[in-house]
Design a protein around this ligand. Structure first.
Ligand code: F6R
Ligand code: MG
Ligand code: MG
Length: 369
């Protein structure tokens, strides 16, 4: 059957700073989706996760992507969550709800969304990646390695189904008038793809399709909050859904690039470079309002019904990676605000530095020769 997976996420308030939504808040989201979505048969199934201070609603249904009723269901759930956040005095209540009234689709309203419609395979395994304290370009590195780099993923040459390569759709997220996208085919256009993906704050992988079957392999939430709001409102903390196995890379081939603990932009005040830490589902934020984290739920879906989720980074190997990420991050943090320790100027999410520089600019003198 043809099914749609919709992942819609938002930060609407958390306990102890920007750390984790309260249990009551997340329960209010679950209750809303259960009562207004599942019981009323608008959706077939759902799951709710948290990563750091964000709530992620994963829904299965048959209404296709960008469906108003599905988006309203998620929006209203976050409105409910905001009411609880206000009642409990949580920090950042309603932070990601940038508009007062719902207008048909959560895109451009604050919450992030990643949706994909596909014909279910007899067994349909997929991963939901959920991040906190970073932006959607976080996936450029692992998804390049998983779908375009045979040195990392020998499956690309071993599995006949993958030899035709993949087609990437990449978005220029700095263009705010409309969606500005390009499609590139690997292996032929691998260098052109690399030239874009090396700049993850500007060019972001939105989706990947199999060239053998035409089927969509993944979707990523590409919205950038500061582009919507025109000012800092929090990091984008993306979600991505990746179908795995058979004509797609295996679950392990998709997970393994995260062992690099690659440097990403985010962390405290969204303004630093930090090594991405693969964490267990539901992990909280701690050191330096971070570290920037990715969590991963492995699920199978059949006739729209989802199995329980497997916590894919809850395995001893990832303890080694978490230690490595902590070491990488801390060695950069020891450098404070100097050079590469901080994000580039245009990514600084608070205006303090700009104000200082603007004030000092008037005081600079140009020496006579
Ligand atoms: C980063 C983040 C936090 C806050 C920081 C200051 O995405 O959410 O690091 O930027 O805790 O928060 P405010 O400005 O709310 O005091
Ligand atoms: Mg927050
Ligand atoms: Mg967050």
């Amino acid at each position: 059957m043809k099914v749609t997976l919709s992942a819609i996420k938002a930060d609407v308030g958390s306990v102890g700073g920007h750390n984790k939504p309260s249990l009551k808040l997340t329960q209010s989201i679950i209750d809303h989706v259960e009562n207004e979505g599942k019981k009323k048969k608008l959706i077939i199934d759902y799951k709710v996760f948290t990563a750091g201070d964000d709530n992620f609603i994963i829904m299965s249904h048959t209404k296709g992507v960008n469906n108003t009723d599905i988006h309203r269901l998620a929006w209203d759930a976050f409105v409910q969550g905001t009411a609880i956040a206000k009642e409990q005095g949580l920090y950042g209540a309603g932070q990601d709800l940038l508009k007062d009234a719902f207008s048909g689709n959560v895109r451009g309203m604050g919450p992030g969304s990643a949706e994909m419609e596909f014909e279910e395979r007899p067994s349909e395994p997929f991963i939901v990646f959920m991040c906190d304290k970073t932006d959607p370009g976080v996936f450029n590195y692992p998804f390049y390695r998983g779908f375009a780099d045979p040195f990392h993923n020998a499956g690309l040459i071993l599995a006949p189904d993958m030899q035709a390569g993949f087609e990437y759709t990449v978005m220029d997220v700095n263009y705010t008038e409309a969606d500005k996208v390009i499609t590139l085919k690997v292996p032929e256009e691998q260098y052109q793809l690399a030239a874009l993906l090396r700049d993850p704050e500007h060019y972001v992988i939105e989706s990947v399709h199999s060239r053998a079957s035409g089927d969509q392999a993944l979707v990523n939430s590409t919205s950038r909050l500061h582009n919507i709001a025109g000012k800092y409102t929090g990091k984008d903390d993306p979600v991505a859904i990746v179908r795995t196995q058979k004509e797609f890379p295996s679950t392990g081939e998709i997970l393994s690039p995260f062992a690099t603990a690659h440097f990403v932009v985010g962390d405290n005040r969204g303004s630093h470079n930090i090594a991405l830490m693969p964490c267990k589902l539901g992990s909280i934020i701690s050191f330096f309002d971070g570290p920037a984290m990715v969590t991963a739920a492995g699920i199978c879906i059949h006739n729209g019904v989802m199995t329980e989720a497997v916590d894919l980074f809850d395995q001893p190997f990832w303890d080694y990676v978490r230690n490595k990420a902590a070491e990488k991050s801390y060695s950069l943090r020891e450098q404070g605000f100097f050079g590469n320790a901080m994000a580039p100027m245009e990514e600084l999410e608070y205006t303090g530095v700009m104000k200082i520089l603007a004030g000092l600019d008037k005081k600079f003198v140009i020496r006579k020769k």
